[in-house]
Design a protein around this ligand. Sequence first.
Ligand SMILES: [Fe+2]
Length: 241
Amino acid sequence: MIDLHCHILPGLDDGSPDLATSVEMARVALDDGIETIVATPHCFVDAGPTPAEICTATQQLQAALADGDLPLTVLPGAEVRAHPQLPEMVSRGEVMTIADGGDYLLIEPPFIGIPNYLEQLCFELQVASITPILAHPERAELMQRQPELCERLVERGCLIQVNAPSLHREYGRTIARIAADLIRSELVHIVASDAHNATYHPPVLSKVRRAVVQAAGEDAFHRMTQLVPARLIRNAEETAR
Ligand SMILES: [Fe+2]
């Protein structure tokens, strides 16, 4: 499996605090059957971390994993807080995209409040040939109040990522229901862990296999944790060549 949203890089955000925790997270992920993680630290337009910092941290973690004989691939990425300036910044190379490919951007909508610029932001990114991936909309007030917004964005070609912990009720019943409804409505492309540590918020995906299959059919889990993420990463590798 591929985990496309994971705060595994040490010391960059509220995820892993140190290298030892990151290595432990890698162990947990491997035990769960995850062989690739896109490291997605929180990023803010005015506070970073920068793409260069993310690349360096990714290389350091990858080296530590190799030293420990842990066969996990870690790719650079970011979970970027929604902001009207993003299209400009991405075009200047100031924001890290998924696997540093320049074509998919994981965007975190605010949990509280409804930013009226979100649709325009997604549109402007698409005009610049960047596909927005909306991170865990099931956790955002915006989507809870306006579920049709996800539908509109997906119709226009945006992708949606739901958190595995949302499905096993880590954030309560309402969010679990919204997440399952989104999956049932075929609006979800990716399920990822959004892990922040190795213990109470670990990089584990297999736990929600049943919930995803129940909501969207036999192939859905494999599609959302392997086929679609693999396609996004492959695109990045082809762009880099
Ligand atoms: Fe996250």
